[in-house]
Design a protein around this ligand. Structure first.
Ligand code: BGC
Length: 768
């Protein structure tokens, strides 16, 4: 836990108000309440007309044409992996591929579609996919940042807008949401998901599916979602991307699978396999995952695509002796579509001839894919998504940019504040220092799809300059570099220090270059890379107040900063409108409301560290924190720097003791936990009220805390609200000793509070 109090006290606030330090600007309005909740499962309903159409079509298809529908290749408009197959246009003409990814714009997709529907024998339209992860043209905060908003409406809206822009550029299908639970910040892909928590991750997975797919797949502003990467990709050993995963089946079921299940239940149309193995079997050849769990147990009716060349990689994994066998293992395990591997294209017909693959299995895969094309309306009009007029009217719409700004400020987490924020209107001069202060490229983070990195993004400097009150100057010196190879250099320091010395406040914009997180971007250190830390320490010597604005896609180890700077704002990579959003928060036009979706360790040696750990047999006794023979480090406390669920506000919230409707419940019977939350500070603000539970004794050991609910509330200053959560035994279920799913009778603890580390506690019992 940080050493500073988690919220400003009345006294500090009063002092700041009297001194005029708090800007009187009101909170910007919340987005209009969403209308009726979206149901994205409609496509699963039986459709006899579709069945007849597909059966007729399939009756005409040769085996080669069927295999073509199972093949997906990248175009050369963008590249998201290591291989590029030349001549994909010819592959389209020959009916060798049924889908293309990394191709977009109304015009280009129309050109490619024409090849399929005018030059192939059966005129089956192509499906266009792309990684529209956190925006298409208008870029929202990286997914981890959005998760920090804990605002499901905002997250759904971001996906909705991403879908509208993508669909206007000819796309039908996004390779998102990424729902991998990620608990190892060394792994660069922590930036792409919703963080470490099963419950939060599941709710966000649903919101994103609803956002992308809407309630009608035929609508020209909705696209198919892909839930990825199935499964357990986030558990890569040592946080090294693509590395082996070796976890228990119980951990798979309790931690890694639930967000996938939630997304499937929300109606996700497609699933993507992962690069890793699970229990010795690569995911793309894993019958247990793809068939036993996904289709048989969960009833998934969409199609499964591999990750990029992951069928081919089963050879390197040592699971397949050659590509032909890899293809057989993949299709027989349940993979419908081969992404970029051309393994099905080149081998599957032979495997069928040899009796290694049943045509019925191929037919099932083809059917699942053609059905999606049908549901999108592509057989009615293959060009319906490739509309240049709609494209022009849709991308970068003003209301989309406003939404991106709004989601961005909702995503930011105030990690420390001893009163330096919001910025005082009286400050005459502000020095923005650091490599992220004026960098357009970095603002939008990785997997920013068709996002522009050169001109559109608003930098922190630009955002602050646009907002600075009259008479206040905002000047910039880069000062430091985030490049690994620049650690030890001090070239820019003198200029930055000189600027700092003549300024009233320093805003240090530091963190990681955008491509230091994301795919293939693992690190063994979580420190600020390059010479940023050294500059920060020099800036401290000027005695000026320092506000650190951290931009990164993972938790960084910033213990020194926590101990020495005056305020820290985690801004993630905030997107196209990021600079304005940061200014909104720094100047107090928006009162920060984000909470961490992932634990911030003190240093990399604490990894893995997350809130729902087990107690161990030798937990630390708080009364004797330095005792030997307990589970602890000699040199670092066990507690993280900032716990999961943590985040400050410019106001303060107080919680009444939690009360329970009952102290004992039977299975099926609801239990309601209620607290009154009061905005006890001097500003309106939002609070994320969190509910945690501990199952004290189980047939297998249980975590010390598990998130089971949350509500984000807006409270006016002085306002109090009763907040209730209702639980039943279904919320207490887990994979029991006999591997069945369910709850167990016994004693439980429950907390309602502002983070995973604080809360008002109560006890209850679940009886038989
Ligand atoms: C990534 C996926 C992505 C795919 C297509 C892969 O390398 O792991 O997340 O969807 O490329 O771009």
């Amino acid at each position: 836990m940080p050493s500073m109090p988690r919220n400003l006290t009345h006294l500090t606030l009063a002092t700041l108000l009297l001194s005029g330090a708090l800007s009187p600007a009101p909170l910007l309005a919340k987005p209009a309440a969403e209308s009726a909740p979206v149901d994205s499962t409609g496509w699963e309903k039986p459709d006899p007309k579709m069945d007849r159409f597909i059966a007729d079509l399939m009756a005409k298809m040769t085996l080669e044409e069927k295999i073509g529908q199972l093949s997906l290749l990248t175009s050369d408009w963008d590249s998201t992996g290591p291989t590029m197959r030349k001549g994909y246009q010819e592959d389209i003409r020959k009916g060798r591929i049924g889908s293309v990814f990394n191709a977009f714009t109304a015009r280009y997709t129309r050109d490619l579609q024409r090849l399929a529907v005018e030059e192939t024998r059966l005129k089956i339209p192509l499906l266009f996919g792309y990684d529209v992860v956190h925006g298409h043209r208008t870029i929202f905060p990286i997914s981890l940042g959005e998760a920090a908003s804990w605002d499901l409406n905002a997250i759904e809206k971001s996906a909705r807008i991403s879908a509208a822009e993508a669909a206007a550029e000819g796309l039908h299908w996004t390779f998102a949401p990424m729902v991998d639970i990620a608990r190892d910040p060394r792994w660069g892909r922590v930036s792409e998901g919703a963080g470490e928590d099963v419950y939060l991750g599941s709710r966000i997975a649903e919101a994103r599916v609803r956002g992308f797919q809407g309630s009608d797949l035929k609508a020209t502003d909705t696209i198919l979602a892909t839930v990825k990467h199935f499964a357990a990709y986030g558990a890569a050993q040592a946080g090294r991307d693509y590395n082996t995963v070796d976890i228990s089946e119980r951990t798979l079921r309790d931690i890694y699978l639930p967000p996938f299940k939630a997304a499937a239940d929300a109606g996700a149309a497609t699933f993507m396999t992962s690069f890793n193995e699970y229990d010795g079997i690569p995911a793309s050849g894993n019958h247990y995952l793809l068939t036993d769990v996904l289709r048989d147990k969960w009833g998934f009716k969409g199609f499964v695509v591999t990750d990029y060349t992951s069928i081919n990689e089963m050879v390197a994994h040592g699971y397949s002796k050659d590509l032909k066998q890899a293809g057989e293992q993949a299709i027989n395990a349940g993979v419908d579509m081969d992404m970029q591997g051309a393994v099905y294209m080149e081998n599957l017909a032979k495997s069928v001839a040899e009796g290694k693959v049943d045509v019925a299995r191929i037919d099932a895969a083809v059917k699942a894919i053609l059905e999606m094309k049908y549901r999108l309306g592509l057989f009615d009009d293959p060009y319906r998504y490739s509309d240049e007029a709609r494209e022009k009217a849709t991308v970068y719409r003003a209301d989309f940019l406003d939404a991106a700004r709004d989601v961005a400020r909702r995503s930011m987490v105030l990690l420390k504040n001893d009163g330096a924020l919001p910025l005082a209107a009286s400050a005459k001069s502000i020095a923005v220092i650091g490599p992220l202060g004026d960098s357009k490229a970095d603002m939008i983070g990785s997997w920013a799809a068709a996002g522009d990195r050169k001109t559109r993004p608003v930098t922190l400097l630009e955002g602050m300059q646009a907002r600075a009150p009259k008479g206040q100057t905002v000047a910039y010196a880069k000062g430091a570099s985030y490049a690994f190879e620049d650690s030890g250099k001090t070239d820019g320091f003198a200029e930055a220090i000189a600027l700092a010395q003549k300024s009233d406040v320093i805003v240090a914009a530091m963190g990681e270059r955008w491509d230091m997180t994301g795919e293939a971007a693992s690190r063994t250190s979580l420190d600020l890379p390059g010479n940023q830390q050294a500059l920060l320490e020099e800036l401290k010597k000027t005695g000026k107040p320092i506000i650190l604005v951290l931009m990164s896609g993972r938790p960084n180890s910033i213990e020194w900063a926590n101990d020495h700077v005056d305020a820290i704002l985690e801004a993630w990579y905030p997107g196209t409108m990021g600079g304005h959003a940061i200014a909104d928060v720094l100047y107090g036009d928006y009162n920060p409301s984000g909470k961490l979706p992932i634990t911030f360790p003190r240093n990399v040696g604490q990894v893995p560290i997350f809130h729902d750990m087990k107690n161990t047999g030798r937990p630390i006794d708080p009364a004797q924190p330095n005792a030997k023979y307990v589970s602890r480090y000699l040199n670092t406390p066990n507690t993280p720097l900032y716990p999961f669920g943590y985040g400050l506000s410019y106001t303060s919230f107080t919680y009444s003791p939690v009360t329970l409707s009952k102290t004992s419940i039977r299975p099926g019977e609801p239990l309601t936990a209620t607290v009154t939350v009061t905005n006890s500070g001097a500003r309106d603000g939002e609070e994320v009220v969190q509910l945690y539970v501990r199952d004290l004794v189980g047939s297998v050991t249980r975590p010390v805390k598990e998130l089971k609910g949350f509500q984000k509330l807006m409270l006016k200053k002085g306002e109090s609200r009763r907040v209730s959560f209702t639980l039943t035994d279904a919320d207490l279920a887990f994979t029991r000793a006999d591997m069945s799913w369910g709850s167990e009778p016994g004693q439980f603890k429950l907390w309602v509070g502002p983070s995973s580390a604080e809360g008002s506690e109560a006890d209850f019992e679940l009886t038989k």
